[in-house]
Write a protein that binds this ligand. Structure first.
Ligand code: ARG
Length: 467
């Protein structure tokens, strides 16, 4: 039996019937539908709509369904179920008879899907946040291993100034912790329970909404039934947060791909996450990273889809909202898989510190430090900049570095040059002069690493307190 056939005199067009079903994808919401139905059944019993024995048999049937779902791979094969709500009602009526059919009293699928989807997104956020913490930890461990090794930092993709490898790695830890926090914001805002909102105007029975919300771990019931049944902000926010995470992952993947090329040679990617070429025997291609970069497009696509579906929808529930489910599922699966894969790649990759160090000591990456040296001798920075620029120009002609120029030669550019210039432009000196909070001086980077370790520990403790 359908959930709504009474007023219809003609059957649905069979192709339309098949096409409008959401069960093929919303079946994954079944555990959440079961949990929400348990809460609703208790609320019905609380106001006497279900007798104590009816409640007992319904709860037993829900338990049975949960068990079958976990153990029977064919349990979800039901080509008549319109959606997950219909599926559950069909199974309940088989198992609990009339008690099963009583369960829909005082509720609507509009509040049910809003509740199930919120629970789904909440669970997806928890999983993704855990995976992000693991990924951040991998960055922190790698950063600790890299010690005081240096690499060129780029602007405009041109080598700019040397930095500690750890400083570069910790950049990604910062980005990912922002993603973690964005997901946390979304979780906090979504954690209100639509149950008891009915189809649009509120339940037609005096259900204990607070008790239902509490049972499902929500902070409180939602405040407005029209909003509760039509709102998908939480889905949009979640998918937008994953799409920004995807952007971060794709920037990292791109750098790793670039740094693993023979031309750079900074990183050796693990064979375990690469593939070969069917044509060129020597090739090892960075597939995992390329897929991560590519899938970020998919995440942004999901966010765009959700915005377009929600745009211009009149209040409250419209069937269009069924279209918000698949992008949410896809974004949840894609983002989690990307983060886990990225963590594996990062853990198994190796840095070539010799190449990174060599690249940090050539190409005039000490030029800004050299200009600062002159400024320290009282030369106005703009003048110092000009002097060093001229010196660089001479070096370019000769194919040498600034420190290869003799003191007499340097003095022709500015009388302020002295013997101590040479020690002011070594790699260590250049790194050390960025001695501000957030800078790449080794002590600053060590402090940043400690700070990040503390932040991650605090997040983990909050997580355990939560669980
Ligand atoms: N499958 C529907 C969805 O995902 C459930 C809600 C149906 N509500 C309705 N009034 N037809 O949106």
């Amino acid at each position: 039996m359908k959930m709504w056939s009474g007023r219809f005199r003609r059957p649905l067009n069979p192709e339309f019937e098949e096409w409008q079903r959401s069960f093929p994808f919303d079946k994954r919401l079944l555990p959440l539908e079961i949990a929400a139905s348990r809460a609703h059944a208790r609320a019905l019993a609380g106001i006497g709509v279900l007798s104590a024995p009816e409640l007992k048999s319904l709860l037993a049937a829900l338990q049975h369904i949960q068990h079958a779902l976990e153990t029977d791979p064919h349990f979800l094969a039901d080509c008549e179920a319109e959606d997950v709500h219909h599926f559950l009602e069909r199974r309940l009526s088989e198992l609990a008879g009339d008690a099963g059919l009583k369960l829909h009293a005082g509720r609507s699928r509009n509040e049910q899907i809003a509740t199930d989807l919120r629970l789904f997104v909440r669970g997806a956020i928890d999983e993704l946040q855990n995976a992000l913490i693991e990924f951040v930890q991998a960055f922190l461990e790698k950063a600790a291993e890299t010690g005081s090794n240096a690499m060129p930092a780029h602007t405009h993709l041109q080598a700019a100034e040397p930095v500690l490898v750890a400083h570069w790695l910790l950049t990604y830890a910062e980005m990912l912790l922002r993603d973690h926090s964005r997901l946390g914001d979304c979780r906090e805002r979504l954690n209100f329970c639509p149950l008891g909102s009915g189809a649009v105007a509120g339940a037609t029975l005096p259900l204990d909404r607070k008790a239902m919300a509490a049972e499902l771990g929500f902070t409180a019931p939602t405040a407005n039934s029209i909003d509760a049944t039509s709102d998908r902000d939480f889905a949009i926010e979640f998918v937008q947060a994953t799409s920004l995470l995807g952007i971060h992952l794709s920037r990292w993947a791109e750098e790793m791909i670039l740094f693993s090329t023979r031309e750079f040679g900074f990183v050796r990617l693990p064979e375990t996450y690469s593939t070969g070429s069917s044509a060129m025997p020597q090739k090892m291609n960075p597939d995992a990273l390329e897929l991560i970069r590519g899938k970020s497009g998919r995440l942004t696509g999901a966010a765009t889809t959700l915005l377009m579906v929600a745009k211009g929808l009149p209040l409250a529930y419209n069937k269009d909202l069924q279209e918000t489910q698949e992008p949410v599922f896809d974004a949840a699966d894609t983002s989690l898989k990307c983060v886990k894969t990225a963590t594996g790649v990062l853990r198994d990759c190796a840095f070539d510190f010799a190449r990174m160090g060599a690249a940090s000591e050539c190409g005039f990456m000490n030029a800004m430090a050299a200009a600062t040296y002159l400024a320290g001798k009282g030369v106005p920075f703009r003048t110092a900049h000009e002097c060093i620029g001229k010196a660089v120009s001479v070096c370019l002609d000769r194919g040498c570095e600034l420190a290869d120029l003799k003191l007499e030669e340097l003095k022709q550019f500015s009388p302020a040059f002295d013997q101590d210039f040479y020690s002011a432009v070594t790699l260590d000196a250049v790194l050390g002069c960025h001695d501000v909070p957030g800078g790449t001086a080794p002590a600053r980077v060590r402090a940043a690493l400690q700070n990040l370790e503390q932040r991650v520990r605090a997040l983990q403790e909050a997580l355990h307190a939560h669980a």
